[in-house]
Design a protein around this ligand. Structure first.
Ligand code: BJW
Length: 260
């Protein structure tokens, strides 16, 4: 896919993106659509991805060393500080055109499932409802012994005690080695098995079980469209890669679908 050069002095108008006719046709014909999103969909909002933006704390720690129950047990203060930093960062960001396009797309289809690995809540802030959150949400804490969840706190010295039992609070997110919420996971895989079109947006596809969702959709007969500026696997039958930032590609796709 090619993007036209921006003209001098035309910063206001978005760059033109060519969406292949085959994608437009498939997206117009589809009735059941699943969008699976990862950190890349929020990159243009200024939220760092996990594996390709290494600034601040990201430069000093690997996600795999912080997003584990073992890391929290070993060094709760560091893990807590990482999440406080990320919560603060979210206070200053807004949904971008990719989130907005997905929120609008849902109204075009009889069945539309938005499945996200992200914990930033930006899809909801863009107007999406019934978002299937596979990895939890940074806006919440929960008790480490599961006695409840509360609004996420940004105490500098953490982790704070659970208001109910006094044990530690932790962010209500899914760490490596932990089970994903079973209802969300089941809904996501069922939707993938039944969809005509699956959009895989801004994810490296390295983390299971989320990474299997597009594969299940493809094996069940759906067309899979990957939206990512970086190369992905080889194209194949019903497997199309739209190379570009989600904030440019998705609004362009939405415009083309609506033209029909
Ligand atoms: C753009 C862009 C732009 C940039 N536009 N795009 C089977 C095989 C092997 C291992 C396993 C397996 N099954 C389970 C495992 C173990 C493990 C796993 O997957 N490990 C692999 C890494 C090897 N999975 C788990 O432990 C899961 N639990 C589980 O399966 O329980 C049962 C079980 C346990 C153990 C063994 C077997 C079974 C839990 C996974 C939890 C993941 N948690 C995290 C942290 C969440 C909380 C937090 O935010 O802190 O979730 S890790 C992190 O990775 C986060 C993300 O949601 C997740 C995925 O990352 P994502 O979104 O893809 O981001 P990136 O950075 O990787 O990619 C960004 C992409 O965007 C890039 O491609 C860019 O190019 C692109 N991009 N700008 C569009 N503008």
């Amino acid at each position: 896919m090619e993007m036209a050069e921006r003209e001098e002095g035309s910063e206001e108008s978005p760059p033109e993106v060519e969406i292949p006719e085959a994608v437009v046709e498939t997206a117009r014909r589809a009735r059941r659509v699943v969008a699976v999103t990862g950190a890349g969909v929020s990159a243009e909002s200024g939220v760092p991805t996990f594996r390709d933006a290494m600034t601040g704390l990201w430069a000093r720690f690997r996600a795999e060393d912080l997003a584990t129950p073992e890391a929290f047990a070993r060094d709760p203060a560091t893990v807590w500080a990482w999440y406080v930093w990320r919560r603060r960062l979210l206070e200053g960001v807004r949904p971008n055109p990719a989130h907005e396009a997905l929120a609008e797309m849902s109204s075009l289809y009889p069945e539309f499932a938005l499945v996200t690995q992200n914990v930033d809540g930006l899809h909801q802030r863009a107007g999406s409802t019934d978002v299937i959150e596979l990895h939890g949400n940074l806006a919440r804490d929960r008790c480490e012994v599961e006695c409840g969840s509360w609004p996420g706190r940004t105490d500098e010295e953490g982790p704070p005690p659970c208001p109910a039992c006094g044990r530690r609070l932790r962010p209500d997110v899914v760490w490596f080695g932990e089970l994903l919420p079973s209802g969300a996971l089941m809904t996501a895989f069922e939707a993938a098995e039944q969809c005509d079109l699956l959009l895989s947006i801004g994810t490296s596809g390295l983390v299971e079980p989320a990474a299997s969702i597009p594969r299940v959709a493809h094996a069940s007969g759906a067309t899979v469209v990957v939206v990512n500026p970086e190369p992905s696997g080889p194209p194949g039958e019903r497997m199309i890669h739209l190379r570009g930032p989600a904030g440019i590609v998705l609004p362009a796709l939405l415009t083309r679908i609506r033209e029909g």
